[in-house]
Ligand binder design. Structure first.
Ligand code: FAD
Ligand code: SF4
Length: 485
């Protein structure tokens, strides 16, 4: 008996000689990428030095290859089968490698067959710009309304320039807009424009993607009134837009995510000598990316773990310090992590001139009052259909952080593309079911990968596959790292 291979002749005597390719599923990296990027495809193209084609292949699913090559948390690498031999393939870095060598800005634009329908996109973050891009490719007249003077969303105003250089971001935004998308900056949905005004202006559908820009508060007395307390999102926005160049010598940040680490590293770069972070659980539980935590420690930022803020200390209306308490880990909480519990009597003081709470964000939904019938979830997010991202209002779709809660760039991009499909089907009166997003929903993912790794889908790894040393990404010496100013 002969064993069947993935590529083979249907039967030996076949004339002409033809081969069949049997593909049971996509690779785990592609299944895990929220946008379903063809990882193997673009890595093959890089191997052939076809950088433009590699970046273009990424753009088929996500129009931000250079951005993702720098900031994506690369869940795909965690499932890469190469890790069974040595280390996962450096999928994220290879994307950056291709994007930095490609010249997509000089590439001829595709022929777009114009349609008359107008779509309004609210918010020029990754979700909004991605939806705009894929809608435009389908021929729609797309206008993106942005509250701020510049597009990019958190890519521009949240993630600091030393992690995501502005020229890389601007180049990719310009490529998207060059497809014939109108951008209207300095225009807030809910005040400058409304759902009603968009209808009167003849828009056939609206995509809401205004992100989650309101910082959660610590709930401490005086947080809103004491001078020197500034929330992390405003702090980072002011720095990224060049409006803040000083925050005192002693800065304290509360939180353990990327936002907290970014705020701390920015404070260092604008000249604060003494920057510390207070986090209520242990370092292992910090949600920030490991490389960011290492970066902060290398830059002499102190991280006080198992510590919680209790009281803001002020003098003449200005913050001078914060009283903290040490924690220990108790029982598991709803998140599956052990609950931090205060150790009574362990209170201590940390002096500071600036206090920056960075414990999470939510969406400003004040404008929803003017959209009766728009359903909101218990988590204060816009409720959408899981496949089409259509809201409870027929011609309104929503995606990105305002639907998922604060998440990642690639998830926002995936939602933008999904919504473009949903809006296209809505305009063309196609029912929901036939939509093919090619994306695996998170609840199906684990099973799919398990099936694959059980040998049901993927071929076994040959026993004598060589373990190979591979180049690693080099990090600059902290002294040599670029300033953001
Ligand atoms: C400091 C920080 C660091 C991060 N680091 C990473 C990282 O390293 N990797 C990663 O994958 N993710 C990271 N994220 C998360 C990521 O940036 C977000 O998940 C992503 O940007 C969400 O995209 P979005 O399009 O939904 O929203 P946003 O990017 O927030 O864009 C929304 C846009 O809508 C605009 N807007 C808001 N209200 C209105 C209105 N009323 N009218 C018109 N426009 C409006 C906003 O100004 C903004 O431009 C980080 C986030 C922050 C804050
Ligand atoms: S976008 Fe992120 S998750 Fe998707 S393939 Fe690239 S690195 Fe992996």
């Amino acid at each position: 008996m002969i064993s069947r291979k993935a590529i083979g002749r249907s039967f030996p005597q076949a004339i002409p000689i033809t081969f069949n390719i049997e593909k049971k599923d996509r690779a785990p990296c592609r299944l895990t990428c929220p946008a379903g990027i063809n990882v193997q495809g673009y890595i093959q193209l890089i191997g052939q030095k076809k950088y433009d084609q590699a970046a273009s292949l990424v753009m088929e699913k996500a129009p931000f290859p250079g951005v993702l090559g720098r900031v994506c948390p690369h869940p795909c690498e965690a499932e890469c089968r190469r890790k069974l031999v040595d280390k996962p393939i450096a999928i994220k870095e290879l994307k950056r490698f291709a994007a930095d060598r490609a010249h997509l800005e000089t590439k001829e634009l595709p022929d777009i067959v114009d349609r008359k329908e107008k779509i309004a996109v609210i918010g020029a973050g990754p979700a909004g710009l991605t939806a705009a891009y894929f809608l435009r490719l389908k021929g729609y007249q797309v206008t993106v309304f942005e509250k701020l003077p510049v597009p990019g969303g958190m890519l521009k105003t949240g993630i600091p320039d030393f992690r995501l250089p502005p020229d890389i971001l601007d180049k990719e935004i310009n490529i998207i807009l060059a497809h014939g998308i109108s951008l209207v900056p300095n225009t807030a949905f809910g005040s400058d424009i409304t759902f009603e005004s968009l209808k009167q202006d003849g828009f056939d559908a609206v995509f809401l993607s205004s992100g989650a820009h309101e910082s959660l508060s610590l709930g401490l007395e005086g947080e809103d009134t004491i001078e020197g307390v500034i929330d992390a999102i405003s702090f980072l926005r002011d720095i990224n837009l060049g409006q803040k160049t000083d925050c005192g010598q002693k800065v304290m940040i509360v939180g353990g995510g990327n936002v907290a680490i970014d705020a701390a590293r920015c404070a260092k770069r604008i000249g604060s000598a003494d920057v510390s972070i207070v986090y209520r659980r242990t370092r292992d539980e910090m949600p920030a990316y490991e490389e960011e935590i290492i970066g902060a420690l290398e830059e002499n930022i102190d991280i006080f773990t198992l510590t919680a803020p209790m009281k803001i200390i002020s003098k003449e209306g200005r913050v001078t310090g914060i009283e903290c308490i040490k924690n220990e880990l108790g029982e598991m909480d709803d998140s599956g992590r052990r609950r931090p519990v205060n150790i009574l009597g362990s209170e201590f003081m940390i002096e500071c001139d600036t206090l920056i709470p960075a414990i999470g964000q939510k969406t400003d939904l004040s404008w929803t009052d003017a959209m009766p019938g728009l359903e909101i979830t218990n988590y204060n997010r816009i409720k959408t259909h899981p496949v089409t991202l259509q809201t409870s209002l027929d011609n309104v779709f929503a995606g990105g952080d305002m639907v998922t809660g604060p998440a990642t760039v690639i998830e926002a991009i995936a939602q933008g593309r999904k919504a473009a499909g949903g809006i296209d089907n809505y305009i063309n009166r196609i029912e929901t079911d036939p939509i093919k997003t090619n994306q695996v929903e998170p609840d199906q993912l684990e099973n799919k990968i398990k099936q694959g790794l059980n040998g049901e889908v993927y071929a076994d790894i040959p026993v004598n596959t060589k373990v190979e040393e591979r180049a690693c990404v080099q990090f600059l010496d902290p002294e040599k790292k670029g300033s953001i100013l």
